[in-house]
Design a protein around this ligand. Structure first.
Ligand SMILES: [Fe+2]
Ligand SMILES: [Fe+2]
Length: 304
């Protein structure tokens, strides 16, 4: 159904070859607070006029910390999802089973990696930075949608994670080394996960109608709307953290200007870079007729 040349044996081999642990990434290391964490494409601080360079650096780091948190947050549902897929054919293809169990294990490792990195940041940054709560509720909301919808969301996340690293972090040696490694190690696993998602989506769509596929895209965009609300909440929390860390109260006008930039950057990072990702768009266009235009319209509205 979907055009691809991925297989479970090849994915499993790659996954075993690239294996890493959170300890390997974090042991004995710390962030360098004289450096930015995120490239400007993912933080948007360069365009802000009411902050000086030192303040922009703080905001960039606050957003970098939130980037780690949001990943742990939005990926929470992927663990039960991968386990459910593994269970479906528990006595069948052993390579498929092992690949999916590793998929679940990788995601729980990512949770631990990002939890530890936000704890490290909380110790070193100087002020406590607010992070959006409620990740279990969001996981439940995602899993209450159709299976195709939740796998499309996973696929979108796996593709944009790769894009963030390859196009925006990989060659940016001026960014903090530990932060770059967090994104790099995450990318190594997601490069295999994106293939697994394609295989799983291919399995799911064989059993469902064209109408159900079209409806899954609507559900996905509904979830996108909920994610957008969460990103706005995080942008508000970032403003509070910024005030604490720079030791001054921002005027209403300044807050509006800053949020305009950070919210647009968050939207690009966690929604638009996925909705427009060529590999994700290809999957949706192979499965649905109305889906691609809908993705494009939402991506455009979120970029305005
Ligand atoms: Fe992940
Ligand atoms: Fe993943």
């Amino acid at each position: 159904m979907l055009s691809h040349d991925y297989t479970y044996p090849e994915i499993l081999q790659n996954s075993l070859k690239a294996a890493w642990t959170e300890r390997q990434v974090l042991e004995g290391r710390d962030f360098d607070y004289s450096k930015r964490f995120l490239p400007n494409r993912l933080s948007g601080v360069d365009g802000i006029r009411c902050l000086n360079d030192g303040e922009k650096l703080k905001l960039n780091q606050i957003m970098g910390n939130a980037y780690c948190h949001i990943f742990a947050y939005v990926e929470e549902y992927i663990i039960p999802q991968a386990l459910e897929a593994a269970q479906r054919d528990i006595y069948g293809d052993e390579t498929r089973l092992r690949t999916l169990l590793r998929f679940a294990e990788d995601e729980s490792k990512h949770q631990e990696l990002f939890r530890r990195s936000t704890a490290l940041f909380a110790k070193g940054f100087g002020v406590r930075c607010g992070l959006i709560p409620g990740q279990e509720d969001v996981a439940k909301a995602v899993l209450s949608k159709s299976r195709l919808c939740s796998y499309l969301l996973t696929s979108m996340i796996e593709w944009f994670t790769q894009l963030h690293y390859l196009e925006h972090v990989k060659d940016r040696t001026e960014l903090d080394g530990l932060f770059r490694d967090l994104v790099r190690y995450h990318w190594m696993d997601e490069a295999q996960h994106a293939k697994i998602d394609t295989l799983l989506i291919d399995e799911i769509v064989r059993e469902i109608s064209q109408e159900e596929r079209e409806a899954a895209v609507d559900e996905l965009l509904e979830l996108g709307g909920a994610v957008d609300g969460l990103l706005s909440q995080q942008a508000d929390l970032d403003l509070e953290s910024l005030e604490k860390s720079i030791g001054r109260k921002l005027s209403e006008r300044d807050r509006t200007e800053i949020k305009g930039h950070t919210q647009r950057a968050y939207r690009w990072t966690f929604l638009v870079s996925g909705l427009e990702h060529p590999n994700f768009v290809r999957i949706v266009s192979e499965l649905t007729t109305r889906g691609p235009a809908k993705l494009q319209a939402v991506a455009r509205a979120l970029s305005a």
